[in-house]
Design a protein around this ligand. Structure first.
Ligand code: A2P
Length: 268
């Protein structure tokens, strides 16, 4: 048994943090979020991902998860899909407060402020759980130092899947410390593809047609004032990347910051 008395059949592997689940929230039969304790020594940059697993096997399965909480937070938040026969998520979706989650020690990733040069506007383009790294970045004051305006788009199949993002934005707007700042500088643009909602379309279609920009009342994409971060399915990333490159934006990295960065959201 571990320190909280639950049965634990396998030892914690060397070099891995064993953390405690603080809370779990289920949004749909496909989506849930959870928060775990954060080791004091665990440092990361907002937008990065880390490998997480469960202590339920001799060699636990680890998967890359974007950290959804900002770098200043005392806990770590994750937003996950539930894959029916997924090697990790089929078990992970059953966690409850007090359970143990394994966390590898190093975080990494390209969706970080360091990989972009400063600009007037930052677009965060997400589909599904691809919103997770943006949930981190949008709660980090550094993001507001670097960009005047942030546009968060999230495209999901149906309205219920937008819940996590809606809740994130509501909480930000109600925050006594940065609520006012956010009200002026964050634009939220949720869309659905398989159920009616105020905007029913894929983000690629909305960029191509120009509707995204006319709805927001802003100029079309231009490297002179815009930066873009993209996170979601492989297909979406490929298609949005093509569109932003067509608009003249160049891909950035930690070593050479530029106009846009991409990362594939965790899939299974
Ligand atoms: P669609 O419903 O038309 O497939 P998923 O839940 O499967 O990860 O998808 C999340 C969202 O991403 C869905 O709304 C889906 O739209 C959309 N999507 C999938 N592929 C692309 C793509 N290539 N370009 C833009 N959006 C996409």
């Amino acid at each position: 048994t571990n320190e909280i008395g639950r049965k634990q059949d396998f030892p914690i592997p060397a070099g891995v943090h064993a953390e405690r689940v603080v809370s779990v929230k289920h949004y749909t039969d496909r989506l849930f979020s959870f928060r775990i304790t954060r080791p004091q020594s665990f440092r990361f940059r907002s937008g990065e991902f880390v490998m997480i697993g469960l202590p339920n096997a001799e060699k636990p399965v680890f998967r890359a998860y974007s950290i959804a909480s900002p770098a200043w937070d005392e806990e770590l938040e994750f937003y996950s899909i539930k894959v029916p026969n997924g090697p990790l998520t089929s078990e992970l979706q059953k966690i409850a407060p007090g359970d143990t989650v394994l966390l590898r020690q190093k975080s990494t990733g390209t969706l970080v402020n360091d990989a972009l040069s400063p600009a007037k506007r930052l677009y965060m383009i997400a589909t599904g759980t691809g919103i997770a790294p943006f949930a981190s970045l949008i709660r980090d004051p550094d993001t507001y130092d670097k960009f005047d305006e942030i546009v968060l788009t999230n495209t999901c199949r149906d309205v219920a899947e937008l819940h996590y993002g809606n809740e994130l934005i509501e909480a930000l707007r109600a925050d006594p410390l940065i609520g006012e700042l956010v009200a002026e500088r964050v634009r939220y643009y949720p869309t659905t593809t398989r159920e009616d909602s105020p905007v029913k379309n894929r983000i690629t279609t909305l960029i191509e047609s120009g509707q995204l920009f006319s709805d927001l009342g802003v100029e079309p994409l231009d490297a002179a004032h815009d930066r873009v971060m993209i996170c979601g399915s492989l297909d979406m990333i490929r298609d949005v990347k093509e569109l932003v490159e067509k608009a003249g934006l160049a891909e950035g990295s930690n070593a050479a910051p530029a106009d846009f960065v991409v990362e594939r959201a965790f899939v299974g």
